[in-house]
Design a protein around this ligand. Structure first.
Ligand code: HEM
Ligand SMILES: *[C@@H]1O[C@H](CO)[C@@H](O)[C@H](O)[C@H]1NC(C)=O
Ligand SMILES: *[C@@H]1O[C@H](CO)[C@@H](O)[C@H](O)[C@H]1NC(C)=O
Length: 349
């Protein structure tokens, strides 16, 4: 039913957004490659049937469409917002499970995670989550958790950017605590080697394949020069750090980062199709044009991750399938004591 729901939304909604995407815009049938056939017949299915799944079916049947339409509007205004919302869910789930701890502001008696180094001056999209929450609170008060909003918004961000859709499991609760410490140590550094990346993901029940597929989130969005300075080292030492380094690419990055203050200079994680959710990220890795050290490492440091990169670069549908599975697994990470449904995502009740 979920698939039909998305198909239904896309008929009305996704087309104008997709047409905003730069270069090879994803065509409609590709966007819906995971839809289970009969695209024409789904159109007549009504809302009751369409929402015939999930926890919020009875308690808040409008939940999915409210989240989708806010995400759609936000991404129309700012295509990068899709990336930012996807990343929020990742940074939520990797720190004490998917419990919306990432959304908490610093208050008296509570230190949030927003000032932890991986998040500081980097995470975006909080206002979009606020808008969704405030709409949901007026329609169905204290029903839809902030953690579930993050999970749905992440999925919808992928969908409106031309990527696959999947059914989001709901029923998460929001935390009454946050951990700046866990956010500082638990989120992987862009300087990580492949063995480190594998072990960080493994500890959360995510396989090497999940890790490579989820890294494909970097098909969207931007990074600051401070996140990829280590990529520029070969230019300084004159020695390529990795077999296959693309010196032209690295020189263009160095130029960007030396002409603008590196703490504010940003560039696309996928320079070819920055706002389209596709497999171009993996194609870039094979030509040495991965932006973060941890991205490029997947293609050059380990034959196992390299083989997965090659598979995804050659076949987008394999990437989409693995990405969906990995997102469901990541969205299922549990951690601390999740106890409430916040009325305001930025503070505990
Ligand atoms: C594999 C380990 C990962 C590392 C080391 C990593 C690291 C980073 C870094 C350093 C940035 C740039 C931050 C900045 O410069 O402000 C970034 C951006 C981003 N990351 Fe990751 N990340 C990883 C995994 C993921 C995963 C699993 C996802 C989602 C599925 C994801 C989605 C994103 C997105 C979409 C952006 C761009 C955000 C925006 O433009 O607002 N990343 N990541
Ligand atoms: C759209 O994608 C489908 C499935 O990949 C393909 O069969 C079809 O030819 C494409 N149509 C256009 C107009 O590119
Ligand atoms: C990554 O390594 C570079 C070069 O060694 C360093 O300047 C940078 O601060 C490191 N970045 C992070 C996030 O650890």
């Amino acid at each position: 039913m979920k698939k039909l729901f998305n198909l239904f939304l896309m008929l009305f909604a996704a087309m104008p957004i997709l047409s905003l995407s730069e270069s090879n815009p994803t065509n409609f049938s590709e966007t819906c490659e995971d839809g289970s056939g009969e695209p024409g017949s789904s159109f007549g299915i009504g809302f009751d049937l369409v929402l015939d799944f999930g926890l919020y079916r009875n308690s808040c049947p409008e939940a999915e469409s409210i989240v989708y339409s806010w995400v759609q509007t936000a991404v129309l205004q700012d295509p990068r917002m899709a990336a930012s919302l996807l990343r929020l869910h990742f940074h939520d789930c990797f720190v004490n499970g998917c419990d919306a701890s990432v959304l908490l502001d610093d208050t008296e008696g509570l230190v949030g995670e927003k000032t932890a180094p991986p998040n500081l001056k980097s995470l975006r999209g909080f206002e979009v989550i606020d808008s969704i929450k405030s709409d949901l609170e007026s329609v169905c008060p204290e029903t839809v958790s902030c953690a579930d909003i993050l999970a749905m918004a992440a999925r919808d961000s992928v969908v409106v950017s031309g990527g696959p859709s999947w059914e989001v499991e709901v029923g998460r609760k929001d935390s009454r605590t946050a951990s700046k410490q866990a956010a500082t140590t638990g989120l992987p550094s862009p300087n990580s080697t492949v063995p480190t990346l594998i072990s960080v993901f493994q500890k959360l029940g995510l396989s090497q394949t999940d890790m490579v597929a989820l890294s494909g989130g970097h098909t969207l969005g931007k990074a600051r020069c401070t996140s990829f300075t280590a990529r520029l080292l070969p230019l300084q030492t004159g020695v390529p750090a990795n077999h296959g380094d693309n010196l032209d690419f690295l020189e263009s990055l160095q130029q960007l980062c030396s002409t603008v203050d590196p703490s504010v200079a940003i560039t696309q994680l996928d320079l070819v199709t920055p706002s389209t959710f596709d497999n171009q990220y993996y194609v870039n890795l094979l030509s040495g044009e991965g932006l973060l050290p941890s991205d490029q490492a997947l293609a050059v440091q380990d034959p196992g991750t390299r083989a997965i990169v090659e598979t995804y670069a050659a076949d987008q549908s394999v990437f989409f399938e693995d990405f969906k599975n990995a997102m469901v697994k990541m969205g299922g990470i549990t951690g601390g004591s999740n106890s409430e449904i916040r009325r305001n995502c930025r503070m505990i009740n």
